[in-house]
Design a protein around this ligand. Structure first.
Ligand code: GLP
Length: 243
């Protein structure tokens, strides 16, 4: 596990974009696993700039997103489908037919999760998976649990996650209660993993997840067992572990 300490959010975003850029340049037909949440937005902005400058070419890139709220229409501005188009896909030269987000509008959870897992396999797996970190240690929407969900599945969101994400909705009541998410097994199969973390409010969970015991009660802790993980975190997020 490599940890890069950055001065602040902007520095974190540029360093994360450097790592993603290196992946794209080294393997122009990479399969990128992408994440939502506020943390990766700065890195996406950087990637957009680099693409507009002609330094990055997404034309052969495929993407698979980690998760999606169950029941939100794709044109809902809180859906992760909308988020990805708004922050990244609309601004780069990617072939949109190669971008994939779980379909939250498919009511048959088993059918959709099975389709998504098979889709990732059919692409040859994920070359680089980008992850944010939830305050309770969730990755994707894999919430703290008694065991690790292996494959893409439907999850009941925990109250703390609904609370954390309500800032994006009119009220907590509007936050969907379920989501489709890649499983921990799906994430762990990615060849490389890049975690971005920012802010003092993440310092405690950074310590638990990356320096504490590996347990499904802190889902991100499993990343300690992955052979190629890079964490890019700002000083505040690392304040409880690195001086
Ligand atoms: C959401 C997403 C996660 C994300 C997490 C942290 O619940 N499903 O993929 O990593 O929130 O979000 P943020 O980066 O806004 O703190």
């Amino acid at each position: 596990m490599k940890i890069y300490k950055t001065a602040d959010y902007n520095d974190m975003s540029r360093k994360a974009a450097n790592i993603i850029s290196a992946q794209i340049i080294g393997k122009p037909d990479s399969v990128l696993g992408l994440a939502t949440g506020s943390t990766p937005i700065g890195a996406y902005k950087e990637l957009v700039l680099r693409c507009k400058n002609g330094d990055l070419d997404f034309s052969d890139i495929s993407t698979v997103n980690l998760d999606e709220y169950r029941g939100l229409k794709r044109d809902n501005d809180q859906s992760y489908y909308y988020f990805m188009n708004h922050h990244l896909f609309d601004h780069i030269n990617i072939d949109k037919s190669r971008t994939n987000v779980p379909d939250g509008t498919e009511p048959d959870a088993d059918k959709e999760c099975d389709r998504y897992e098979k889709l990732i396999d059919s692409l040859g797996g994920i070359d680089l998976q980008l992850l944010g970190l939830g305050h309770n240690g969730h990755i994707g929407f894999n919430e703290p649990a008694e065991d690790y969900p292996k494959t893409t599945h439907c999850v009941d969101l925990q109250e703390s996650t609904i609370e954390a994400n309500k800032r994006f909705f009119a009220s907590a009541d509007d936050v969907p209660r379920q989501a489709y998410t890649m499983g921990i097994g799906t994430i762990m199969k990615a060849k490389k993993i890049l975690v971005v973390v920012s802010g003092a409010d993440k310092a405690e969970i950074v310590k638990k997840a990356f320096f504490g015991p590996v347990t499904p009660k802190v889902p991100a802790s499993i990343l300690q067992f992955h052979p190629d993980v890079t964490i890019v975190a700002d000083e505040e997020a690392l304040s409880q572990v690195l001086k």
